[in-house]
Design a protein around this ligand. Structure first.
Ligand SMILES: O=C(O)C(=O)Cc1ccccc1
Length: 439
């Protein structure tokens, strides 16, 4: 995997290219003049002496820009339609490209038939689209851009690299920004941690899946190997505080006590961000729980290695895209759904029996209270009415939506529920992994 360590100039060219990206017309936010993307200074000063291995200021520029995009995009309607594959009249002037076919409206031959001259047979004809042109694929060079929440060295970045070797991993300061960078065609995929073998489900991220229209197109399971990191020369006895992502703190709770540390725990947004924070602020009383790679990037020492309470600590991440993938049956697939019903509890029993009856194994079931926020249940005309549900149920099952048994199960589920959404049908991560050896 290649890190998104953009030079200032490449960072600018990335953002300057936003108005020219898409085959599909970019949204209002993406069409902002690029000059409006750079009024904000970096949140911190990049100091190459303090962190020789850290990424440069361009990452902060990138994050600032994402933040601007994020705030701009909140002005857009929630119900904005996904951009159409055909350029709209307003964007006819834009050169567009379909997976490497550089094209304007004319040479894509999308003009009305009447505009073709009689001797059109003599004219060079456009190259026909092939099936690969229609598949969701990166629009900007051969590298997939994968947005993740956190800074370089975060586990989500490693998950992006496992799912898409050779991708450009793009750090975002919030999950919301990672989602929106895909929705706005700045990134091709977003990576989202959803559950951990020790800490359980990451509920907030399930809620995000529902608030956005992205589709799950893949999953990866990542063994997570935590380290205790501090500034060079700092000893465990000097520590009064340990900071990290709440999941990482939970996963190391017992080991921290066993190490004899008398420290307060403080939660921050991501593990590598904690390491960066210790380094930037030159904190000699604070350690971070993060990866060995974060130690290397931010110039910290590893005081203790493999401090997770369970050596079989695995986090599951899902990969999100604007378009669903076409489900197949030639390899194991998983499907994720979310459903709700206005009243009555027997619906859960009925739904589960729809799967049991067809021998479809469930790998996950999660319920989320959902009293305060109404969900818009869209009808055929895409109008929709707001409905309040007591609980939402998230279910993962081991079948592909290309299989008749899965289709029949969902047809039945639909009969019992008032709200049903397929979050995605995607290949299961079958890679074997083994816990790292404890020394
Ligand atoms: O903070 C990170 O590095 C993440 O990617 C989230 C996370 C935190 C703890 C375990 C796995 C993923």
């Amino acid at each position: 995997m290649q890190l998104q360590s953009l030079t200032p100039s490449s960072s600018h060219s990335l953002l300057n290219s936003i108005p020219h990206f898409p085959t599909r017309p970019p949204s209002t936010a993406a069409r902002l003049p690029s000059s409006r993307l750079f009024p904000i200074q970096s949140a911190y000063r990049y100091d190459p002496v303090t962190y020789p291995n850290a990424v440069g200021p361009s990452r902060a520029d990138w994050q600032s820009s994402c933040a601007i995009l994020s705030s701009q995009s909140q002005l857009l309607s929630q119900d904005e339609q996904p951009p159409s594959i055909h350029p709209s009249p307003a964007s006819d002037h834009l050169a567009s490209s379909v997976n490497g076919h550089n094209s304007t409206l004319e040479n894509l031959n999308l003009v009305p038939i009447a505009n073709l001259s009689d001797n059109s047979a003599l004219k060079p004809q456009p190259k026909p689209l092939t099936i690969t042109d229609l598949a969701p694929a990166p629009m900007h060079g051969s590298k997939l851009r994968v947005a993740y929440q956190g800074v370089p060295g975060a586990y989500s970045e490693a998950a992006a690299g496992k799912a898409y070797p050779n991708c450009d991993a793009i750090p975002c300061d919030q999950f919301e920004v990672a989602f929106q960078s895909v929705e706005l065609w700045i990134a091709d995929r977003a990576v989202l941690p959803v559950e951990n073998s020790l800490g359980g489900s990451i509920h907030r991220n399930y809620d995000l899946l529902l608030r956005h229209k992205l589709h799950i197109v893949g999953e990866v399971q990542l063994p997570v190997h935590h380290c205790l990191l501090a500034l060079p020369g700092v000893r465990k006895e000097y520590l009064t505080r340990v900071i990290s992502h709440p999941q990482a703190l939970a996963q190391c709770e017992h080991t921290l006590t066993k190490l004899g540390l008398n420290v307060t725990r403080e939660a921050v947004d991501d593990t590598a961000g904690a390491a960066e924070f210790v380094a930037i602020n030159n904190l000699r009383d604070t350690a971070a729980i993060a990866s060995a790679r974060a130690a290397e990037l931010y110039g910290l020492d590893i005081l203790a290695n493999g401090i997770q309470d369970d050596s079989g600590n695995v986090t599951r991440f899902v990969m999100l895209a604007r378009e669903p993938i076409i489900p197949r049956t030639d390899r194991p697939f998983k499907t994720s759904i979310v459903f709700a019903h206005e009243k009555g509890t027997s619906v859960l029993f009925k739904v589960l029996s729809a799967f049991a009856f067809r021998n479809i194994s469930l790998t996950k079931i999660e319920s989320r209270p959902h009293r305060s926020h109404p969900i818009r249940v869209v009808d055929g005309a895409d109008a929709g009415t707001a409905k309040h549900f007591e609980y939402l149920f998230y279910v993962d099952f081991e079948a592909s939506m290309a299989e008749p048994r899965a289709q029949n199960a969902l047809a039945e589920v639909q009969e019992f529920t008032s709200f049903l959404r397929v979050l995605g049908s995607y290949p299961m991560d079958m890679t074997p992994w083994s816990p790292p050896r404890e020394d």
